[in-house]
Write a protein of this length. Structure first.
Length: 178
């Protein structure tokens, strides 16, 4: 039996967005793979990088009806997933990592997915997007090392400037002295 089935029925009957904290369930905890991108850890944490793994209870998920065309299914099923993650209260980051994420993304990161017809698939997509946003925020750009232009490149640059000057000089109208 699918552990998400009772929840899906409750959402369809109420037809309102329900907010709940993610709890481990059989579809996530028994598998270490199965979601695209290797997003799920075997200990039920969202893997962002090797050093950052977010416990699922820190993720707040809201489901609501997806907008746009789609007929009866789109109007009745709450398949749009909105994932909210509070960076300030999370214990998954070191102080340096938290400062970096706060500077780039702010105190609360919100991700929405309504691409698929399945609520579970949209939730997985939202988790993948959150992991990607956090991964890009945590990325430390390599510092540029200043290099000196080579003598050959300096010589080629001056030659190109001279040649361009000659072309422009030949395009001028003749002067009265010529």
């Amino acid at each position: 039996m699918n552990p998400l089935r009772p929840f899906l029925i409750a959402v369809r009957v109420d037809r309102v967005a329900m907010r709940f904290a993610c709890t481990p369930c059989a579809c996530f905890s028994s598998q270490s793979v199965g979601h695209a991108g290797g997003v799920v850890a075997s200990d039920d944490r969202l893997v962002v990088t090797d050093s950052v793994r977010i416990p699922r209870h820190e993720l707040a998920v809201t489901f609501s009806p997806s907008g746009g065309p789609g007929g009866q299914h789109a109007n009745k099923a709450a398949t749009r997933a909105e994932l909210t993650f509070d960076v300030e209260t999370s214990g998954a980051f070191t102080d340096v990592q938290r400062e970096r994420v706060l500077a780039k993304l702010g105190p609360v990161v919100r991700v929405v997915a309504d691409d698929e017809r399945s609520q579970l698939r949209n939730r997985t997509l939202a988790e993948e997007r959150l992991a990607e946003r956090l991964r890009s925020a945590l990325h430390v750009p390599r510092s540029r090392r200043a290099t000196k232009p080579t003598h050959g490149s300096q010589r080629r640059r001056v030659e190109a400037k001279k040649q361009r000057g000659e072309v422009k000089r030949y395009r001028r109208p003749p002067s009265p002295e010529d």
